[in-house]
Design a protein around this ligand. Sequence first.
Ligand SMILES: Nc1nc2c(c(=O)[nH]1)N[C@H]1C(S)=C(S)[C@@H](COP(=O)(O)O)O[C@H]1N2
Ligand SMILES: [Mo]
Length: 434
Amino acid sequence: MRSGDVGPCTSDPDLTDEATYERVRSAQRAAQRVSRRGLLRLSAGAGLGAGLSAALGSAPASAGSPAPTSTGIVKPLPPELFIPQGTNAETRWEAMRGQGYLTQADRFFVRNHVATPLLDARTWRLKLWGTGLHGSPAEERPVEFTYEDLLALPAETLTAFIECTGNGRSFYTSQQGQQVSGTPWKLGAVGVARWRGVRLSTVLERAGLTSRAVDILPRGLDADFVDKGENLGRVRRPLPVAKALKDVLLAYEMNGAPLPPDHGFPVRLVVPSWVGIASVKWLGDIQVADEPLFSPWNTRYYRLFGPGQPPEGSAPLTRMNVKSAFELPWDATLPGRRRHVLHGRSWSGNGRVRRTEVSVDGGRTWHRARPRDTRPNPHGWVRWEHTWHPHVPGRYELLARATDETGATQPATAPHNTFGYLFGAVVRHPVTIA
Ligand SMILES: Nc1nc2c(c(=O)[nH]1)N[C@H]1C(S)=C(S)[C@@H](COP(=O)(O)O)O[C@H]1N2
Ligand SMILES: [Mo]
């Protein structure tokens, strides 16, 4: 977002640190009390915005709309763009070659706990409820917003990546010989889009956010998630109010078009720089509480478990780490004795990437890659290129290593954790020179 922080949290605290997390929560008491009158005014005279007309015209629930396939994903998954991963689909990095800065929806990865639900924007409502709102003590009197209400509120755009916490997970096994559980992603569980919608702070304030609110719990409208026979209910993950007020978007557009069904139509959260699970899709309701909230998605998942961690796991994961990827097929073959321009992208949840270095000799020597985005977006990625002229045919490993504005860089190995989260080590990309 262009403008500065909103709400009580004007610094940039590291909420992965539990002590900071606590401090942020108490600072939250300074949050402004906002009346609910603004909300009532909304209903009168709000015309249909262009986004709504477009969305209603192509309402996924209308007759003749595509039905989800066996993967539960609605959009086509051509093999040249996606690697199938069960109910998920991974972007092929070679499909980013020649693309612009943004990841288009036709190739944006999909991470679904269950099937994509087909929702109707005309009947959809966002409900806010809980002890953190004025005059809404109980679930039975939620504050409701229609799709049209949201379109009538001030809109913001935000260019940000969404990345699965398990992106790169397969490299724990293939590079480090370690066992991990979960979808064996390579590096294609990330994409950058231009999201448009309403600031979550705007909606929380209009719903009557109190100064006592500490956590919110956004919940999706997809079906219950069942893990090995245990029903864990609908996907939901608590978010501290401090982050909710800072830079989170209730997005209804992706790259200038209404959200596609697979990416959260009609409305999703976009929680910039944080683990993908925070960006809840198909948003149905948000509990706002004056006490800390918990769900399996911040207790049993999305913490680090394993060596060096307490039995209950680390603090809940928040920011993503630094990563880099080449826009090449996995196990690429390139013609020898000619010049190649290698392309790639680097990104970090800590902030802007400052530089990327490339090694074409397995890590012995490193060369600064040429950045292609000179004014990098704080929540996006940086494109870069490096010229390579291999003379000798054979097997190579290409490495890329980024450093972000906090000085965080990609190590040679990633600390093991049983779920294989946050693989931030340098990935060794195999290439054969023919
Ligand atoms: N309701 C709901 N929201 C969800 C999920 C889900 O399964 N259901 N998956 C989460 C996870 S783990 C990720 S990584 C992102 C993926 O967003 P995308 O499918 O648009 O790429 O959505 C998040 N939001
Ligand atoms: Mo994820």
